[in-house]
Structure formats: C-alpha cells, structure tokens
Design a protein around this ligand. Sequence first.
Ligand SMILES: Cc1cc2nc3c(=O)[nH]c(=O)nc-3n(C[C@H](O)[C@H](O)[C@H](O)COP(=O)(O)O)c2cc1C
Length: 325
Amino acid sequence: MKTRITELLGIEHPIIQGGMHFVGFAELAAAVSNAGGLGIVTGLTQRTPELLANEIRRCREMTDRPFGVNLTFLPSVTSPDYPGYVRAIVEGGVKVVETAGNNPQQVLPHLHAAGIKVIHKCTSVRHALKAQSIGCDAVSVDGFECGGHPGEDDVPNFILLPRAADELDIPFVASGGMADGRSLVAALALGADGINMGTRFIATKEAPVHENVKKAIVAATELDTRLVMRPLRNTERVLRNAAADRLLEKEKALGANLRFEDIREEVAGVYPKIMQEGTMDAGVWSCGMVAGLIDDIPTVKELVDRIMAEANAIIRERLAGFVTA
Ligand SMILES: Cc1cc2nc3c(=O)[nH]c(=O)nc-3n(C[C@H](O)[C@H](O)[C@H](O)COP(=O)(O)O)c2cc1C
C-alpha cells in the first residue's frame, strides 16, 4: 500500500507503533519496523540521554529498517534533559521522531537540521494546525477513544479525522481505536494516510511486558476503560482496576480541591511495577477502548500481515462490490 505516510517515512505499510511508556523498548520497535511498519522507541522511558543512546543502538542491531523515537513533553515541574535526548536521537542516526504533549517548537530546528522527520501527536484540529504551522512533517491525530491522554475535547475519531482531513495539508495518521484491517480502511476513507496503534501492539508476542498485561488487554471489553485525572486537566484513559476505582473515589470526594499529591500513590512511578512485574493493581495504566477488539496475542508480523491482508480484501472485494456502475 502506498500513501503519503509510507512515502514520507520510507516504510512498506502505513502502520505506526506509538510511543508507550515502559512498552516501547527496542524489542517492540524493531519488531514493528521489521514487519514493514514504523516502530518507535519511547525516549523518556530511558532515564538518561545515555540510556536512550544505548536503546537506539540496540534497536539498530535488531533492524536495518527505519524506526523512530518518541519524545513526550510533560507538564512536569522538573523538566527532563530534552537537549540531551535530542542529541542522543541525532547522534544515533534516527530518522523519525514522534513528539507528543506540549508544543515541540523548541526541538524542531535541531531535528530538521539533522534531516529528521517529525510527527506530532495531538488530540484536536486546533493543535494539528498549530503543528503544521510550525513545520511538523506530519501529525498523528488521537481520538477520544485512545489509550493514554485523549486531551479535554472528547471528540471521537469519526468526527475528528474528517475534520482534520478538511483542514490539514500535511499527511496525518489516525490514532486511537485502531486494531485491524477494518480500522485501517476506515481511517483511509476518513482522509488519513495511515494508522498509529498503541494498545493493540502491547498484546503481541514481542512486546517486552509481563504476560499479565497482555492477558488483561485480551480479557477487557470496550466497557472496561476509565478516564482519570480530568479535574487536573490531564485526562488519561486507563484500564479499570482497583487503583482506578480508588483514584476516581478520591476525585469524587475532593472535587475541585483535588491536587496531584492526593493521587500520587495511584499514578507516580507505577509503570515498572505493572509492565515489568505484572502487578496489575499497582496503579493506573493507559489502555484504549480498542481492548474490546483485541482477543489474541499474535507476533507483530502476524498482526501487521493480517491487517494488510484484511484491508486489501475489504478494499478490493467488499467495497468494490458496492459500486454498481
Ligand atoms: C501503556 C501506554 C503507554 C503510553 N505511553 C505514551 C507515552 O509515553 N507517550 C506518548 O506520546 N503516548 C503514549 N501512549 C499513547 C500511544 O502512543 C497511542 O497514541 C495510543 O495508545 C493510541 O490509542 P490506542 O491505544 O487506542 O491504539 C501510551 C499508550 C499506552 C496504551
């Protein structure tokens, strides 16, 4: 399949694996790139730029295809060493960066000077247009159904994607709720140039996370996610568990008085315990509504091949069959 995204990134299939905290290690990114998509190493999961440089090296040893690095700009008090991370990315010869969170303007000149393509992930048309205006090469448009941070506008992809298509000139991929060939064809029909998947890629053989995480996704239905941290305007879609229930109780009890300190136990530093140790109630963790469409744990290549075969069949058979003239 050839789209503006496969052309821009030099990949075979228009499928990107979004950055995921304590999931996007070299093993997963390399598996996605080897399967013909674009794998992404999560920058900030590596505690220092030196560790990121090492992770980039490990990924390069596992694939000779293009892969990317995610740089998430957090609304945190103590800012990570972003210039150091950018240096690790540039010196590591990475050719694609997925930015997310705050405006990536500060790093754009450095990345572009090194010939790196920048895809900014955002949750509204307004932010997508801003990303286009500051020179991002593409955007990833994350609908309300997505795992992680869907923003505060709550616009699902059936509205958000055609709105983005109407407004944007640069290529964009559909993110949030994408799982199979049907998702890919629907995204293309709504004007996107490909898809970005998070949750679906966690439930694969190569995802370097505890089996309990994969089993929890397979067991979950589309009714099993919750939105937390809305009162802090830092909304996150997570899988419902004891920690999510406890957090929501605190939100209800404290109302407008809720502060980050009140929920620290449920959100801070919990990812290693969940993703690596498999302690599923240790805190809240991002998961998309798309869990309802996930019921197996294939290899990444099986998943990507299946998506492409299904998408081709839908386009050539089902859709072509509707056209009578
Ligand atoms: C466990 C998990 C961790 C994530 N961590 C990050 C992150 O650190 N940075 C980021 O930009 N996006 C992060 N995301 C969002 C994904 O990159 C992607 O945009 C999202 O999962 C798409 O929605 P989907 O899960 O419905 O496919 C995370 C998602 C999940 C499920």
